[in-house]
Design a protein around this ligand. Structure first.
Ligand SMILES: [Zn+2]
Length: 299
């Protein structure tokens, strides 16, 4: 499933093909994705020029000259790529946008957990605001601060890793990057979120940014492949230090990496480098309060 870095790379990869190009035709399949395709309004894109493409959480935002906004989510298996229009259409190509360059952007999605939304010009600003209303801060944005995260976590007893993966708390962080960031920050994945002090939040945010940036840089090499080979939504091969490394040696101290489950998701950690913080003055509270997980599953 694509996470923030993968979606960011797709965004950067598409940019050179889309900016200032006009859409001359739109085709769609009769299958619905996670939500029905906006078939009634998609033809309104014809004749529109693309002015900007950006990312919010794991959504791609394609801005049109008339003010409307096309939003694409890749779900679990979605891929967006650029193809010559005469290239044969594949079975799971659900939407195709033909550009005035003769190239076509295609959304391929075998499992159909992705989604396409089109916000109309007259209400795009308002609608965008409510669309992303429940979405937490962007970890790579300067406006996201350790103070803000600590405030948001105030009084919350669930495991820090569960909170990190909650898109309402912070945008776009999935299981792999949550594991890696907690290891790099020396924080046990099951630590109750409210026990982290400001220094912990600072280290965690710093390390999360480093890891996300590394993953984006790692995917940068795929950007030149966008033409004819749709953006691969798989994980970039960053050097995982704990993820999937049960019983291998911790790169810091040599202890064996442990595996546990946090809200049903696999957690990998070093028992020596990531000591669990306990609730104050009680000593016997397993902090496994499970909040409803993201709708994302798998792995
Ligand atoms: Zn260690």
């Amino acid at each position: 499933m694509p996470e923030l870095p993968e979606v960011e790379v797709v965004c950067r990869g598409l940019r050179p093909y889309l900016i200032q190009r006009s859409i001359v035709a739109v085709h769609w399949s009769d299958k619905d994705l996670r939500v029905p395709l906006p078939r009634a309004t998609l033809p309104g894109l014809i004749g529109q020029r693309i002015t900007r493409i950006s990312r919010r959480a794991k959504y791609l935002l394609i801005h049109l000259a008339n003010g409307s906004l096309l939003i694409v989510h890749l779900g679990m298996s979605g891929r967006l790529g650029i193809f010559p229009a005469n290239e044969p259409v594949h079975r799971h190509d659900h939407v195709r946008w033909l550009l005035d360059t003769g190239l076509e952007m295609r959304l391929n999605d075998t499992r159909r957990f992705g989604s396409v939304h089109l916000l109309p010009p007259d209400e795009a600003g308002e609608a965008e605001h409510s669309f992303f209303h429940a979405c937490g801060p962007e970890p790579l944005s300067r406006s996201c601060s350790p103070e803000q995260l600590q405030r948001q976590a105030h009084g919350r007893k669930q495991a820090i890793k569960t909170l990190l993966m909650d898109s309402r708390f912070i945008a776009g962080v999935g299981n792999i990057y949550a594991n890696e960031a907690l290891f790099a920050a020396g924080i046990h994945p099951d630590s109750p979120a409210h026990t982290l002090d400001l220094g912990d939040w600072q280290r965690l945010l710093d390390q999360l940014r480093i890891i996300l940036d590394q993953a984006i840089a790692c995917g940068g090499s795929t950007i030149s492949d966008f033409l004819g080979a749709s953006g691969d939504s798989g994980y970039f091969q960053v050097n995982f230090k704990v993820y999937g490394r049960t019983n291998q040696n911790c790169p810091n101290c040599g202890q064996k990496i442990s595996k546990t489950r946090t809200s049903g998701r696999a957690s990998f950690f070093c028992p020596s480098c990531q000591q669990q913080k306990k609730e104050q003055a009680s000593g016997s509270t397993p902090p496994q309060k499970t909040e409803s997980e993201n709708s994302e599953t798998g792995r």
